[in-house]
Design a protein around this ligand. Structure first.
Ligand code: SF4
Length: 487
């Protein structure tokens, strides 16, 4: 969006107003592919409707990495495809290549993060000498990634319609970017790709080998976002805990957090998607040390039965994970944990599922997501013996049972929040009713966790979205809590 905007495109979220339609797709699991295809077909209608303005339809993202030729062959309305490794090709696809004048960028209705080259003002907002943060290190790949490559982990040979070339693209602080999140909150992608061998997952084939952005580029981007009013930064990547290994950094994520946590103006900093065996003591101590780092750890565990974890090619056991959770709670008192699990992985027996339930009951994870296994062609688990595949009905029943168990755990945990005073980032009116407003504490990541419902504005006549208020939690539900503003 930033590239299109800088090249003079005017962005609109209304498809009926657009001359160029861009569908950004996902290809992770079947339901996401279907949703992507439905969106493409829906947008294609705008090209054929009488009186429609649409002239071009561009499909971008992970579906292109998987089905590049097939998309164009089967949906002739599609004019161009842009994979995840060729972002800059969006300009040619859109027929826009002339650099925009700063005035064109100013007219965008979106909240714009302009590139450094385009804005002298932003150059003044970079007080830290980037060379003080970390030395410039030549990127190398991770040994694990090289090994997996030799083992064929990234091969797309079986994927008809995909190019053999893996994406290598990484954006930087120089890349123009448009924020679509609420003004006070932003995601920063710190790395791209993944070297892990998880047998249910095709993300490495879609996104390529793990590669980290330079530390100083991330810091520069964070500074610029803060200068624009962002107060909460969420670091993401397929695996944030490998950050910097390809740059030769030791404890790269902890080093990066140390550099970001002290940036003036930043209120909340968090990272998502930690790989369990990469959560080090140093990382936990870094979370504990900085007031600005949310006491929050998102560590997808996927299962607790050693035999399932082995077939998932992830490793670990319930005991190992319980020890990790105990350690995290000891080093970071009050830390909130988020995790996700997959039920119905091929070969998961009743005993494996029971072991998972016992683990969840013992671990008392604060925010938990449960997904039914989705059999993905191209993932190693797809090739497992058909006799091992768990019937869909059983998968769904297990998913519901685990969520039911978690509901009770969550309700109990949320009840202990009542009476606490917390900082709440107010987001706006509640999604469910206009009688309430909603917000989040530092212990809620954007979009995925429960919420804080606000039923009493305290001394205020109205609240301002994107602003922090002091609040007292007065009630609790299964996942959400209710609060009244006190300051
Ligand atoms: S770590 Fe995550 S992205 Fe990487 S292979 Fe495993 S599930 Fe996929």
């Amino acid at each position: 969006m930033g590239l299109l905007d800088r090249a003079g495109g005017q962005l609109t979220a209304r498809a009926e107003d657009a001359e160029i339609l861009v569908v950004n797709t996902c290809s992770f699991i079947d339901s996401a592919k279907q949703e992507s295809v439905n969106a493409i077909l829906e947008m294609a209608q705008h090209k054929v409707t009488n009186g429609g303005k649409a002239r071009r339809l561009i499909v971008a993202g992970c579906l292109v990495e998987r089905y590049r030729d097939e998309i164009q062959r089967n949906i002739p309305e599609v004019d161009a495809v842009v994979g995840t490794g060729e972002l800059e090709a969006i300009l040619e696809a859109a027929g826009l290549s002339a650099p925009a004048t700063p005035a064109a960028a100013q007219s965008s209705p979106f909240n714009i993060l302009v590139s450094r080259a385009a804005s002298a003002v932003h150059q003044h907002s970079l007080p830290i000498n980037s060379t003080e943060v970390a030395p410039q290190l030549a990127p190398t790949s991770r040994a694990e990634g090289d090994l997996r490559e030799r083992q064929g982990r990234f091969s797309r040979a079986q994927w008809e319609g995909a190019t053999a070339a893996l994406p290598e693209y990484l954006y930087s602080d120089e890349t123009p970017r448009i924020l679509t999140t609420p003004r006070s909150s932003a995601y920063i992608k710190i790395a791209e790709g993944c070297d892990h061998p998880c047998s249910f997952c095709i993300i490495p084939q879609l996104r390529g080998k793990f590669r980290s952005r330079r530390l100083e580029s991330i810091v520069a981007e964070a500074q610029r976002l803060i200068a624009q009013g962002v107060r909460e930064i969420t670091l993401i990547g397929q695996d944030t805990t490998c950050y910097g290994e390809d740059l030769g950094l030791r404890d790269g994520l902890a080093t990066l957090l140390d550099a970001l946590a002290v940036l003036p103006g930043l209120k909340w900093l968090r990272f998502l998607y930690a790989y369990p065996n990469k959560v080090t003591t140093r990382l936990l101590e870094t979370i504990a040390r900085h007031e600005t780092i949310a006491k929050y750890l998102d560590v997808p565990l996927q299962h607790a039965s050693p035999s399932v974890l082995k077939r998932m090619k992830r490793g670990g056991t319930a005991e190992v994970f319980l020890r990790l959770i105990e350690k995290a709670r000891a080093i970071v008192p009050g830390i909130v944990l988020r995790s996700t699990f997959i039920v119905g992985f091929p070969g998961e027996t009743d005993a494996d599922f029971k072991e998972l339930c016992e683990f969840v009951a013992a671990a008392k994870i604060d925010w938990l997501g449960v997904f039914g296994y989705s059999d993905e062609e191209g993932a190693a688990a797809f090739a497992l013996d058909a006799a091992l595949k768990v019937p869909k009905r059983t998968i769904e029943a297990r998913r519901r049972r685990l969520m039911k168990l978690q509901q009770k755990i969550s309700a109990k945990a949320k009840a202990t929040w009542v009476g606490r005073e917390v900082d709440v980032l107010v987001e706006g009116e509640s999604d469910e009713t206009d009688l309430l407003w909603q917000g989040r504490t530092a212990l809620h990541a954007p979009e995925i966790d429960g919420k804080v419902l606000i039923n009493d504005f305290g001394p205020h006549e109205s609240l301002v979205p994107g602003t922090f208020y002091r609040a007292e939690i007065t009630e609790s539900h299964d996942y959400d809590v209710v609060a009244r503003i006190i300051e």
